[in-house]
Design a protein around this ligand. Structure first.
Ligand code: 4AD
Ligand code: MG
Length: 463
């Protein structure tokens, strides 16, 4: 392979001057053969656009190269010149071309436009398509932005465990982790004896890093986690994955208002970051995936978010006259149809819903003075629905113990969690932002399976 140093296509296309000799390495997107010239477009993933390569019959292996297929991997050395044609500023006049990896006509990503559903069945190849190139570049850029936001504010990044003995959300959606033989597990009184399992107790994959995050917040004040999260919810929706990434800040000396403010600042920062750094990919989503996307994001970057209590939200829904599939009644959880109606029709923008009934929320949320609601908050955004879920935490030992007892949670299993209420307890709050939901919001992609590299959903763990 040519040992000339490669230049990325992104750099080439931003070039200020012609270059007598540069080298690009990448994959063929299209090829057009004329009578005595051929044109190739090549992409290396560094940016949305491809570079045009002009082949003249003078090059040694013209025949082979002009017959190369879409998808083939090439190394091209040539002169960068101003392009006489419309559609691009620069083109590369090839001097030598090496075929590194051939591809024949069975390559699935030929010129025609494929459906997202079909591309899901070739998740190993879809990163080479325009849409998925743009999605995964945005995902990478936004991961960096997440860290930048918190690091600029002095938050500590903590890596909470993936294997855990707790079901934080209390919803029993844990994937089990075990080394016991499923055919022949050790038994005690006719039941599986988990004390003989690898960790000496039942364990699973984490549904949230929050509980451990809280421990760190009572040492480092402001912390965040950013990692994979697992839920064995058997819900085959366009917004749920069994494996997804979540960002969970936890802030000490903070109440529900501070928490909402942090969520608002965070989302606004991420949207602004995308507008400032991902315009080429956003232009594509704006044209091809969600018309008006950029305007929506620009509006959000400036808007103040609305806040309503759960009680007001329920009243608004009941008064709306809208027919819903699921009932709307104080004490019942909001379904995604209700959430979307609130954010899309009632408020036409992002809205925090706060102070939910205690019976539909997790045990750790702080009890309000009314004794009926807890200091919870969900942030709803158009098209996606719930993007953030969080709360102020119960910092009062006796209240927390009573809440756990009422929900049948054994205090012994959680003694470490109670300890931070025993010694140096302080008001604190936090939330979780679903990273895939964020990427859905920023790209307009409508299915969570299309914003995560290799989706895990019920019945699907291939690739
Ligand atoms: O509302 P959730 O369940 O909240 C928690 O896990 C809290 N422990 C967070 C905290 O307070 N630290 O989840 C938080 C967010 C949701 O708003 C949603 O964006 C995302 O995580 N999420 C999912 N994303 C994809 N697939 C799933 N199955 C998801 N479940 C939750
Ligand atoms: Mg939630």
């Amino acid at each position: 392979m040519s040992d000339t140093k490669k230049t990325s296509i992104k750099q080439i296309l931003q070039s200020q001057q012609a270059e007598p000799e540069i080298c690009v390495k990448g994959w063929v997107r299209s090829i057009r053969r004329g009578k005595d010239v051929a044109f190739l477009t090549m992409n290396d993933g560094s940016c949305f656009a491809s570079v045009q390569i002009v082949l003249s019959p003078d090059i040694d292996n013209y025949d082979a190269v002009s017959r190369v297929g879409t998808g083939a991997c090439l190394v091209v050395v040539g002169a960068l010149v101003e392009s006489p044609a419309k559609g691009q500023d620069w083109e590369l006049q090839a001097q030598t071309i090496e075929i590194i990896g051939a591809a024949d006509e069975s390559y699935p990503l030929q010129k025609k436009r494929h459906t997202l559903e079909y591309l899901r069945t070739i998740a190993h190849l879809r990163p080479r398509s325009n849409t998925f190139g743009a999605v995964f570049r945005m995902r990478s850029a936004l991961s960096f932005a997440v860290h930048q936001f918190f690091q600029q504010r002095g938050f500590l990044y903590v890596q909470t465990p993936i294997i855990t003995a707790n079901d934080c959300e209390g919803a029993g959606e844990l994937f089990r982790v075990t080394t016991l033989d499923p055919q022949n597990p050790p038994l005690l009184d006719g039941k599986v004896d988990w004390s003989r399992d690898f960790f000496g107790e039942q364990t699973g994959l984490t549904v949230s890093g929050q509980l451990q995050g809280e421990l760190f917040a009572t040492a480092f004040s402001d912390i965040y986690t950013f990692g994979p999260t697992f839920r064995a919810e058997n819900s085959n929706t366009s917004r749920h994955a069994a494996e997804f990434w979540m960002i969970e800040p936890e802030i000490a000396f903070a109440d529900l208002r501070d928490n909402c403010q942090l969520g608002e600042d965070f989302l606004r920062y991420l949207v602004t970051y995308a507008l400032d750094h991902c315009h080429e990919d956003l232009d594509f989503f704006n044209q091809r995936i969600e018309k008006g996307l950029i305007e929506k994001l620009e509006t959000l970057a400036k808007a103040n978010f609305t806040t309503v209590t759960y009680t007001e939200a329920v009243e608004r829904l009941q008064k709306s006259g809208q027919k819903f599939e699921f009932p709307v009644e104080w004490g019942l959880d909001l379904q995604s149809e209700h959430e979307r109606y609130l954010t899309e029709k009632v408020f036409n923008g992002p809205v925090f819903v706060t102070d939910y009934p205690k019976q539909i929320k997790a045990f750790y949320m702080r009890m309000n003075d009314d004794g009926k609601t807890v200091a919870a908050m969900d942030l709803l955004v158009p098209r996606v629905g719930e993007i953030i879920g969080g709360s102020q935490r119960e910092e009062r030992l006796d209240v927390l113990q009573a809440r756990m007892a009422a929900q049948g949670i054994a205090p012994d299993d959680m003694s470490w969690y109670l300890d931070i209420r025993r010694w140096g307890s302080c008001p604190h709050a936090g939330f979780g932002l679903g990273f895939e939901r964020l990427i859905m919001y920023l790209t307009g992609m409508e299915n969570i399976r299309d914003v995560i590299p290799f989706p895990r959903t019920p019945g699907h763990a291939r690739f």
